[in-house]
Design a protein around this ligand. Sequence first.
Ligand SMILES: [Zn+2]
Length: 310
Amino acid sequence: MRLVGQNDKRRSRWGARAGVVVLTLAALAPLVAGCGKDSTAPEPAAGGQQPLGAPPARAPDFHAPELRAAHAARVAAAKRWGLKLVPLTAPPAPEKKPRITTREGFEVDGHRRLGLPPVFTTVPTDEKVVFLTIDDGAEKDPAFLRMMSELKIPYTAFLSDYVIKGDYGYFEEMQDRGVGLNNHTLNHPPLRGLSHARQKREICGMQDVLEERYGRRPVLFRPPFGSYDKNTLRAAESCGIEYVPLWNEEVFVDRWEYREGDRKLHPGDIVLTHFRGRNEWKGTMPDMIRRFLDEVTAEGYAVGRLEDYL
Ligand SMILES: [Zn+2]
């Protein structure tokens, strides 16, 4: 509420003030990227960290119309979906992946020695980028799929079979749009304290479902409620899990919750939300995404793809 509320006042009109700055930077960034040695490289972020050193005038003119068209499409999509600001473009995927380690205080006994998968809430990076992760799978809103595709916002899903089995096809379409489908157990129990065998059934059973339905066994697993113990990580590791991302912030349709006391985003933060609709909270998936994106953009962050950093 706090930041968004302030920005509501400061940036009340579409395209005014900060909006124009964002649009201008975003328009220049592709010119720099598109004319470098690797024309297939993703656009650099349109934030303060982007390489704007080369004057745009040096860019060949023939690039301009299509870039202008692509940019206009982004602006139009942002406006169509009711965003206050045009989302910033994420920096290119890092060439050298960061070393992911377990967050201090989140280790289990013998964590490193046993080679158990790391449990983390933030990815090490200096870029102003955050990652959106969406859990469970109860709400299956076609508008959400369209919104994310049109805005080109990446996210990572953690699915639980008991809520997706009524409509596996919805998540197949999600996967077709480039979204990674990951493991969030079969039945969503708090795992800590359950027997190793029971935990293995929950986690490895979900690996089997995901492979059967979607053709691949993911390497990302998130324990329901963030509840885990050594048996969780041993079971996960035994069925091919390599990473256990938790989260540093959670966004709801009407508020944010922060793990850290500073109540701010940090480079590499993993943000949690859920597939929920009007039955569970006072709004739709697009309503929640609007809150998420407007805050992320207002703080000068782009949304990156978590898998690009792992
Ligand atoms: Zn969950």
